[in-house]
Design a protein around this ligand. Structure first.
Ligand SMILES: Cc1cc2nc3c(=O)[nH]c(=O)nc-3n(C[C@H](O)[C@H](O)[C@H](O)COP(=O)(O)O)c2cc1C
Length: 330
């Protein structure tokens, strides 16, 4: 596989390069600061994303923590915004920029009813003129790059993803990520990489392919089919914060990547749990639960451990369970 060149984003005054073509998806409820901290360990140069942030709330000063904490992190991090009101998007994007975001991304793909019903996320796929107006106004209001994440359309019957993407490009979007499903499909079927290829062929700005990439083999196949400038990985990285780094190294033909063994997975889970408890108090256990459930897999005794971890409401008990398991392996 030929080496992918860095991705150039001209910005509206601040040009930026993305050296790593493997990108971590924004994942609501997952890609928080602690998850990103773990992903960063294996991927110093990859673009990571915040969870999607409600632009109206950010404009009003709520949920600012999600962008303010960027100043404590290193490497490129994109802030993803959702809403449909250009003025709120502008104010939120400015806040993201002043907090140190590498770029601002607009969510035009989220299928969640609560969001689409109010006109945000995937609902913008049905409103190309509004989508373009948002991109035009926000891209002029910030100097860092503005990017957009889309799906193929609202539903197959009405979708024209090439025109939609061309409209965003004309309005000033500097990169488009395409999840190869329509809104109607949700997560059913498979990501249509051929459709992403057609969008890539029609655009001048970089295109990132997304959907159903689980490993390096998938990434190579997707890049070959789509000719995209990079790939974005979502679900497969949940519980596997090393995956972005692993795929990046394997694509560069560095065969030295050491996939975490049982002890490392347990230590990682313990670290994530302790960080979440420190940051969120006892509520951290609830957040850690799903991560522990994803990470503690693929070694003897893992399923019994997961069974106990998801049942305990006592953070000390969860720590003890992980520590005991680690001790067994020493
Ligand atoms: C739990 C979860 C949360 C997600 N949150 C977001 C989000 O905040 N913003 C977004 O653009 N997409 C979000 N997505 C969609 C993913 O970023 C990605 O586009 C989709 O999962 C397809 O890629 P994959 O097959 O690699 O997972 C989310 C998906 C999941 C499963």
């Amino acid at each position: 596989m030929k080496k992918l060149p860095p991705i150039f984003l001209s910005g509206n005054g601040t040009a930026r390069y993305l050296e790593c073509p493997i990108i971590q998806s924004p994942l609501a409820g997952v890609s928080d600061q602690i998850f990103r901290q773990l992903v960063r360990r294996w991927s110093p140069k990859a673009l990571l994303f915040t969870e999607m942030v409600n632009a109206k709330s950010l404009e009003l000063g709520h949920g600012e923590q999600k962008v303010l904490e960027l100043s404590e992190e290193c490497g490129p991090i994109g802030v993803q915004l959702f809403d449909h009101r250009p003025d709120s998007m502008i104010e939120a994007a400015r806040k993201a920029e002043s907090s140190g975001a590498f770029l601002v991304d607009i969510n035009m793909g989220c299928p969640v009813k609560k969001i689409a019903k109010k006109g945000g996320g995937s609902a913008l796929l049905k409103e190309p003129e509004l989508a373009q107006a948002i991109v035009r106004k926000v891209s002029k209001a910030i100097s860092i790059p503005l990017t957009v994440k889309i799906r193929l359309g609202w539903c197959e019957e009405t979708s024209d993803p090439i025109s939609f993407a061309l409209g965003l490009q004309d309005a000033g979007a500097q990169l488009i990520t395409v999840h190869g499903r329509t809104r109607k499909q949700g997560f059913s079927g498979t990501s249509n990489w051929e459709a992403i290829a057609k969008i890539k062929q029609s655009l001048e700005i970089p295109v990132i392919a997304n959907g159903d990439i689980k490993n390096s083999k998938d990434a190579i196949e997707c890049l070959e089919i789509t000719n995209a400038d990079g790939v974005m990985i979502g679900r497969a990285s949940m519980g596997a914060p090393w995956l972005i780094g692993q795929i990046d190294e394997e694509l560069k033909n560095q065969k030295t990547f050491k996939i975490p063994n049982a002890k490392m997975k347990l230590s990682l889970s313990l670290e994530q749990l302790k960080l979440l408890l420190f940051k969120k108090g006892n509520h951290g256990l609830l957040i850690a639960r799903k991560h522990m459930n994803w990470t503690c897999k693929g070694f003897p005794g893992a399923s019994e451990l997961r069974h106990k971890l998801v049942r305990t409401n006592d953070p000390r008990e969860a720590i003890k369970l992980l520590e005991e398991e680690i001790l067994k392996l020493i």
